[in-house]
Structure formats: C-alpha cells, structure tokens
Design a protein. Structure first.
Length: 62
C-alpha cells in the first residue's frame, strides 16, 4: 500500500493563496517537491542532496 504524501507549503511562499507556492513532502529516505500550480508533477530527492542544493544557493555557488 502506498501512503499519501502530506504536502506542506514553503514558508517562503509568503502565505499567498492560489497557485504560486512551492510545496514539500517527506517520506522515508526521500523529500518530494512540487509547484502548487502543477501538483501532479513532482521531483524526488534525498535529504542530503536537497541540503547541499540549499547550502549552495545560500552561499551563492555557481
């Protein structure tokens, strides 16, 4: 049985209503990301890879 993902809106979405938000969901060993205007399409990554991406963004990596 596949469990439904619990999607949470990013705090950086500013609380806007409508379809202009990034949403995240966690499952064992994976993080799922989607854009609220296309909820059927989502990316899946590992927590480590996402942490490295966010660190690079914060540090201005090319």
């Amino acid at each position: 049985m596949v469990e439904a993902l619990h999607w949470q809106k990013s705090t950086y979405s500013g609380g806007a209503e409508g379809n202009a938000c990034v949403e995240l969901a966690a499952s064992p060993g994976a993080i799922h990301l989607r854009e609220s205007d296309t909820p059927a399409v989502h990316l899946t990554t590992t927590p480590t890879a996402l942490a490295r991406l966010l660190e690079g963004i914060r540090n201005g990596a090319p």
